[in-house]
Design a protein around this ligand. Structure first.
Ligand code: FAD
Length: 484
């Protein structure tokens, strides 16, 4: 029986910010039970185990207490509870953090998965999204009005973590990062205040929230500007065999230099899963997938994306005009919560010269597991047109990203992690030195230079904002920015 709805609770030991523990006794738990509308779950409660599962199967952690918030008032009370007792606190939106930031052993977990509402105003094209929604939730509601908000490429990913850390998808070259499409945010800061941040309210906070991650509080609502799109869009998804991978990757690279902003494209070295979602002729085979979406009239897109289908003779060509929502969820079957163990790292690159190309092809074809992806999204377009100092987001100038997404189902984690690190260390000198923090599996203490290398000149301002809004670093389970 959940503590929030049942019998008299027992006391709970919770880890504190200083590394010790504190006891939430029966009386305190009884008081919480009376206060919260959403359930409170501890290890004995039904539903506890499902509630602690996150995307990355390697992250098997047991919080002392999970507060599944039903609305903003629950979030305010949860933050006050965390601060007053100095509790080590994780915050969870969609639970897709590959670093496992959104769940922690013995701590408090503020879980927003019960807050997934989406409201669309078709006249103003404003889409309001609660802090625990996924991109699938947003796409479904927004497409009902012929609108889209730039999100990610897997529909189960959380809006919160993706947006606060930047947000690349199929529309970033046309409309910018997800965080570039934010109009306002409602957030509960460490002192328990509910604030609104926008270009004209708490502007410094709004600046920091666009790229600075979950460092400044718990976001209860996002307001995005949406764009007219779909329902049908032209998408390319062509799989080439191993023998033509080198030729195809070079052809894709050269073509990608020429495309208009309507085209967002990526190349992915992968092994097509033995799964009914994949055509039989590619199941279990190593492939180079070249994929793209055209954010404009589908017939025009058909012409402009034609080269993607003809870099060589493909094994299979799944390209065509299709509902935007369908393309947004084609990879969902592969990324099932808790099934894959994952260790990802990424680097931004200013160019794809021959050395970088050779390196990517070499490692792309030598992945240690079939589930691993070597993923190269083209950046640029609208992302690069926002000034480096206009938002907190790290590196905007890059031409593309190299993301080495180690995924596996066996028990050889050490080997697969070592391989991802090896590829990244070889690629480092060809990169800008910055990473996409949303595609990074290392906790800050394991990679101390990552945050500073990524935020560069924006770091100083971020540390000042952190000091103003979270001087005790209550929100530290993230790509952490230390208070100035
Ligand atoms: P969570 O694990 O819930 O949270 C991630 C971080 O955000 C944590 O630090 C957490 O504390 C904080 N946080 C969560 N909710 C809130 C909130 N309401 N307020 C304040 N802080 C909060 N990224 C892209 O840019 N594009 C993609 O296409 C893309 N695809 C992905 C596909 C998969 C399968 C996976 C696993 C990841 C993908 N990512 C992508 C990376 C993704 O952006 C990050 O993993 C992101 O952190 C996920 O957000 P979430 O809310 O699901 O994560």
């Amino acid at each position: 029986m959940p503590i929030g709805r049942g019998e008299k609770p027992m006391s709970i030991e919770v880890e504190t910010l200083s590394g010790g523990t504190t006891t939430l006794d029966d009386e305190k738990l009884e008081e919480l039970r009376m206060t919260f509308r959403g359930p409170l779950l501890s290890q004995q409660d039904d539903g506890y185990d499902e509630s602690r599962v996150v995307y990355n199967g390697m992250v098997d952690r047991r919080p002392a207490l999970i507060v599944r918030c039903s609305g903003t008032a629950d979030v305010i009370d949860a933050v006050n509870l965390a601060r007053e007792h100095g509790l080590l606190t994780a915050v969870r939106g969609g639970g897709h953090s590959v670093a496992g930031h959104s769940v922690h052993d013995r701590g408090l977990l503020i879980d927003l998965s019960g807050m997934r509402g989406v409201w669309v105003d078709p006249d103003s094209r404003v889409v309001r999204v609660q802090g625990g929604a996924t991109w699938g939730d947003v796409d479904r509601e927004a497409q009902a009005f012929g609108l889209a908000v730039p999100g990610g490429v897997v529909s189960t990913t959380g809006v919160a973590g993706l947006t606060l850390g930047g947000g690349y998808g199929w529309l970033h070259r046309k409309y910018g990062l997800s965080c570039d499409n934010l109009r306002a945010v409602e957030i509960v800061t460490a002192d328990g205040r509910l604030l609104r941040a926008s270009e004209s309210e708490n502007e410094d906070l709004f600046w920091g929230l666009r790229g600075g991650g979950g460092n400044f509080g718990v976001v209860t609502a996002f307001e995005f500007t949406a764009h007219a799109l779909g329902p049908i869009v032209m998408c390319a998804a062509t799989m080439y065999g191993e023998s033509s991978a080198d030729e195809v990757f070079r052809a894709w690279r050269d073509w990608a230099e020429t495309v208009p902003d309507e085209v967002t494209t990526r190349a992915i070295f992968w092994t097509a899963p033995e799964d009914p979602h994949m055509p039989p002729q590619v199941q279990g085979r190593q492939v180079l997938l070249t994929a793209a979406m055209y954010a404009g009239p589908p017939d025009e897109g058909e012409r402009i994306l034609q080269p993607v289908r003809q870099f060589a003779t493909p094994l299979v060509d799944l390209s065509g005009q299709m509902p935007y929502r369908m393309f947004q969820s084609v990879l969902d079957f592969f990324f099932v919560k808790g099934e894959l163990s994952s260790y990802w790292k990424s680097l931004f690159m200013n160019e794809l010269g021959d050395r970088a190309t050779d390196l990517i092809v070499k490692h792309g074809l030598a992945r240690t597991t079939p589930q691993t992806m070597v993923h190269v999204p083209l950046l640029g377009g609208a992302v690069n047109r926002v000034g480096q100092g206009d938002t907190a987001f790290g590196d905007r100038g890059a031409h593309c990203m190299l993301s080495v997404d180690g995924n596996w189902v066996d028990h050889n984690s050490a080997e697969h992690i070592a391989w991802v690190r090896h590829v990244i260390s070889e690629a480092e000198e060809l990169s800008t030195g910055a990473s996409y923090l949303n595609f990074d599996s290392d906790a800050p203490e394991k990679s101390p230079d990552l945050v500073s290398a990524t935020f560069g000149e924006n770091l100083q301002r971020l540390t000042e904002i952190k000091k103003r809004y979270d001087p005790q670093n209550l929100f530290r389970l993230n790509a952490n920015i230390a208070p100035a």
